[in-house]
Design a protein around this ligand. Structure first.
Ligand code: PMP
Length: 358
């Protein structure tokens, strides 16, 4: 047997580009245009270098205490890890490898099929309707399932599904873990978090990367019944005892506690989102209503690939997937007001050049 045949090769997830050059308007990975909380900055500046001599707290107590206080959930029901990507990757391994297919929408976070492939979990994708909406009954089938994962608001559509839909799915699937990935929930919609007291099969996953402006620190967290969280910790501890580093634990706790700053940041982004939505509509774009910090938009006449390339020439990066159903859509992160002005001016120019009415 050749060496190659003994090695596991897998097609990985492709994250949005992180360009090194300056002067780019970066609206491609849903980062926050505003700085992290000043409380976070103060805390980070005060961490003595000496404290990095020791391994970090494997139980991440400071961060989990902060999450517990802010969200009113007992600490035993909170897990935290290196970005929600790592939390989700471990959750797939912990909850979804028991047999049967994992269900998720055909258009959703494109890391889900990659984790499924990594763990060889069979997948059944469930088509969203014409308007990119999720229908609860599609997930209420009697088949044997490994689990269900729904991003709410969904990515890359930005559409929020009501809690009644989430509850119907939870009720129809006792004994099957349902993960609700709430990476964007701070920008719109009601969280499924209060439902964890009512359903023993619900896990809610969140992140500090978007609304708390800490994509570079990598903090994600999960809430769920203690039995499921204990299982998640055991899998984590069979893989790496120290996933979050000391700075993330301490700085993350300070950021989580600064709820006033979070609220202020989200309000600014929502206001800019609504202004951008108005501008896009006036230029002939259509898009589902967004409850996230991005808009998933398609122009009525100009192909998405052309707009994407023309924006890139102007050093404006957005995200596009060359996939069925969504090839003409651009996922545009809501940036600062100045970035939005530059984006709108560029789009006007591009659409005019391509001969469409503006
Ligand atoms: N879930 C969804 C739906 C996302 O869009 C992202 C961001 N790419 C993540 C999870 C992961 O975010 P992070 O690992 O930065 O917490």
């Amino acid at each position: 047997m050749a060496l190659r045949d003994k090695v596991r090769f897998i097609t990985p997830y492709t994250p949005g580009e992180q360009p090194r050059e300056s002067g780019i308007i970066k609206l491609n990975t849903n980062e926050c245009p505003y700085p992290p909380s000043p409380e976070f900055a103060r805390t980070m500046a005060q961490i003595p270098p000496e404290s990095f001599r020791l391994y970090p707290d494997p139980n991440e107590n400071e961060l989990r205490d902060a999450l517990s206080e802010v969200y009113g959930i007992p600490k035993e029901r909170i897990y935290a890890g290196v970005g929600s990507d790592e939390v989700l990757a471990l959750a797939f391994l912990t909850f979804f490898t028991g047999g049967g297919p994992l269900l998720f929408p055909d258009i959703t976070y494109s890391f889900y099929p990659v984790w499924a492939d990594l763990y060889q979990i069979p997948v059944r994708t469930v088509p969203l309707d014409e308007d990119f909406r999720i229908h609860a009954e599609d997930y209420c089938t009697q088949e044997d399932k490994a689990g269900i994962i729904i991003a709410n608001p969904n990515a890359p559509t930005g559409l929020y599904a009501g809690l009644d839909l989430i509850e119907r799915i939870l009720q129809a699937n006792p004994g099957i873990v349902v993960i609700v990935d709430e990476a964007y929930i701070d920008f719109g919609g009601e969280s499924a978090l209060p439902l964890i007291d009512k359903y023993d099969n619900l896990v809610v996953v969140r992140t500090c990367s978007k609304s708390r402006s800490l994509a570079g620190l990598r903090i994600g967290y999960a809430f769920g019944p203690q039995m499921l969280m204990d299982a998640l910790w055991a899998v984590r501890n069979s893989f790496n005892s120290y996933t979050l580093n000391h700075a993330s634990i301490v700085g993350g706790a300070a950021a989580v506690r600064d709820t006033a700053y979070l609220k202020q940041t989200c309000e600014r982004i929502i206001a800019t989102r609504e202004r951008l939505a108005g501008e896009l509509r006036a230029m002939g774009f259509t898009f589902p209503p967004s409850s996230a910090n991005f808009i998933f938009a398609k122009h009525e006449t100009v192909p998405g690939s052309e707009i994407f390339a023309a924006l890139r020439e102007r050093k404006i990066f957005v995200r596009r997937w060359d996939l069925p159903r969504i090839g003409d859509y651009l996922r545009i992160t809501v940036g600062s007001d100045a970035e939005t002005d530059a984006l709108v001016a560029a789009l006007r120019e591009i659409i005019k050049e391509k001969g469409a009415e503006v």
